[in-house]
Ligand binder design. Sequence first.
Ligand code: ADP
Length: 448
Amino acid sequence: MAITRILIANRGEIALRIHRAAHEMGIETVAVHSTADADAMHVRLADSAVCIGPPAAADSYLNIAAIISAAEITHADAIHPGYGFLSENAKFAEIVEAHNIAWIGPKPEHIRTMGDKVEAKRTAGALGLPLVPGSDGAIETTEEAKRVAAEIGYPVLVKAASGGGGRGMKVIPDEASLETLVSQAKSEAKAAFGDDTVYIEKYLANPRHIEFQIFGDGRGNAIHLGERDCSLQRRHQKVLEEAPSPVISPEERERMGGIVSKAMADMGYRGAGTIEFLWEDGKFYFIEMNTRLQVEHPVTEAITGLDLVREQIRIADGKPLSVTQDELRFSGHAIECRINAEDAFTFTPSPGEVTSYHAAGGMHVRVDSGLYAGYRIPPYYDSMIAKLIVYGRTREGCIMRLRRALEEMVIGGVKTSIPLHEALMQEPDFLNGDYSIKWLEEWLAKRQ
Ligand code: ADP
């Protein structure tokens, strides 16, 4: 079955990103949108558009019945879920496939397994990936939690099996506070995710976040596209990402990439995926797998020359991977800055009308954004409004170009995180590539 019309079940920059890949392949697009997004750029550019509900995501972008109806009436033969919203909803993937619509994503059973972090860890361990030491599965009793924590040593981290987006985690400093914190974590997990399953993990003191991009064809072939370093985080949310990581050697990339791609091949994984690790003292520890395209995928595109959305569409269409591991070459360095509509240093959201807009340009500068002058940033959704992705032959060259590109960006009328990125580009630790997942919050605290 050849895909001819893709319904894009998302909004914002990623909806536009998917539209662009589709049109470059000669495939038509259908935008779906809430009433708050009627004027969005991807809605304007898509071949057709269907309003699927009011602003609240639960009634629109998460409204499975409305999205399937939109696909039926527009005769879409494939659905791309983007990231967030329904992208990691196994039930949605099954419903899409049951309607004979191609699901541009992994097999539903793999989405389900990796969506449960306890199951994911068990599977990763069985596939030979190194794990963070911790409980063997869910924690049932306080006695068990105490025993595991004593074994691995404090501090430990209690995490929700259904957690995501950096939520549902608590650091337990010592045994005295364990019982209270575990029960707090359970009730918070129940409230946020409808599931109070928790597990315990060693709390790593000062790791980096390093993730591998992988692709599988669903028939036992898989490749890796190298790593991304996403250690610059605030509240477990990524702020800036780079590829390659300043601390991973080509030999280490090849060794670890080989381990992850073999694991994915053995699993029969289909489509794009990201295997996330913490990295400390030269060792990798698996934390989770994301069964979707990531926000930060363009840095991988920049250093490999592959279009990851095109690759996803090809695989959903039953085609083989377009490159073999041996053909793939990593070259140069890329950095992505996430630009949010918020105060750069207090992080207070700043929705509203964009009064003027000018995107940076020039050689090796890419801006993924649905912004335009006169656009109103709705207050209902994620605050990320643009991604600035810059490539250079070397990391130093990339940073020089990024400074220049940040200077050029104009987003008037709202506050943005551009000043934060400009400040980071002057920081010796960042320039030296010397930062962990703790670095940004410590740096922000010092600025106060
Ligand atoms: P989520 O699905 O919510 O993003 P992750 O398991 O990917 O959760 O963890 C998000 C972030 O939390 C990581 O990037 C890291 O900063 C921190 N983190 C997770 N596990 C640990 C750990 N064992 N030790 C220290 N930090 C951790």
